[in-house]
Design a protein around this ligand. Structure first.
Ligand code: G3I
Length: 304
């Protein structure tokens, strides 16, 4: 394949990117998007604050633009994210207990129903585990009761039975980290009890504090062995030049080595599109030129 998407497709995988609706009028951006990628994740537009700014009032304009663009160009969509402790609208931040739980359930039902049949996979719950301990992260959602995650998954399944339902988190790449074990045990428990879950998203934001680990492939394999797909959902890699390129290639090789690793999404197109204010963590430079990291990722896909 001569593009990331085509090369991934030849391996039975997808290659995606986060997309911001306000960049769909940028010709360079859209040119790369349409040429290279066959999966998109709305970077912010499907989050709770964006889709339900006032309780019970849903606004889908920006997210719909991304979905329409994807459908018109033969790309699939990963939905992100139905329940998360961040980017909640102010009214939800001020709720607690059963009122918050009910609001969460209604939010998931409404958004998943609006996009029913259009989403390949939903990040149903995002970042619910604590960085250090491997236990649950304290949040207003967690304080509604430990069962909030399974309630979220059951609600999403009821609303859109055709979408794959994922648990998505960061710092879950290194098999030896407590947080990775915490998420692993959640998935194992859900599979044992029949709670609907189809996939685990490893965000894989790699930097000096959380570098690409040598046991990454082991982590992917161990999650897949629980009977779920694994997806690399928000990949970016701090650094530049050949070191960065080698790490991108290693991530691609690790995914291709695990049959249930169904695809890779990078968290933005050009370095200038990255959520990281400084740094050059992506595959295209600020002018939209292919970096060494791009070539390494493409070559690794084609070698698979
Ligand atoms: O749209 C407003 C704009 O109107 C306002 O003038 C400006 C002033 O700050 O803010 C703009 O909103 C920002 C938004 O991105 C759009 O650019 C928010 O402040 C900013 O907080 C928000 O950041 C996003 C971040 O999630 C929020 O948590 C990033 O774009 C987005 O890349 C990032 O993505 C997360 C994933 O969802 C979950 N995993 C981690 C990942 C990286 O942090």
């Amino acid at each position: 394949g001569t593009t990331l998407g085509a090369a991934a497709a030849e391996q039975g995988r997808y290659f995606g990117t986060a997309v911001a609706a306000n960049k769909l009028s940028d010709a360079t951006y859209v040119g790369i998007l349409n040429r290279e990628f066959n999966m998109v994740t709305p970077e912010n537009e499907m989050k709770w604050d964006a889709t339900e700014p006032s309780q019970g009032q849903f606004t889908y304009t920006n997210a719909d633009r991304i979905v329409a663009h994807a459908q018109a160009n033969g790309m699939r969509v990963r939905g992100h994210a139905l329940a998360w402790h961040q980017q909640q609208p102010g009214w939800a931040q001020n709720l607690s207990g059963s009122a918050l739980r009910q609001a969460m359930v209604n939010h998931i039902t409404q958004v998943a129903t609006h996009y029913k049949g259009k989403i390949y996979a939903w990040d149903v719950v995002n970042e619910a585990f604590d960085d250090g301990s491997g236990g649950r992260r304290d949040s207003n959602l967690q304080r509604t009761g430990n069962d909030w995650i399974e309630v979220a998954f059951r609600t999403a399944r009821a609303a859109d039975p055709g979408a794959k339902l994922c648990y998505n988190d960061y710092n879950t790449d290194n098999w030896n980290w407590a947080k990775t074990q915490g998420v692993y045990n959640l998935v194992k428990d859900f599979k044992a009890r029949g709670v609907p879950i189809d996939c685990v998203g490893l965000q894989s934001h790699f930097n000096s504090g959380s570098p690409y680990p040598s046991n990454y492939r082991t982590t992917l394999q161990n999650f897949a062995a629980l009977g779920v797909d694994v997806q690399i959902t928000e990949l970016d890699i701090e650094g530049s030049g050949s070191a960065q390129a080698t790490t991108y290639a290693n991530v691609v090789k690790d995914c291709l080595a695990v049959s249930r690793c169904t695809g890779i999404t990078v968290w933005g197109i050009r370095d200038s599109d990255s959520w990281r204010a400084s740094g050059t963590p992506l595959l295209f430079d600020g002018n939209g030129n292919k970096k060494a990291a791009y070539t390494a990722a493409l070559d690794a896909l084609n070698a698979g």
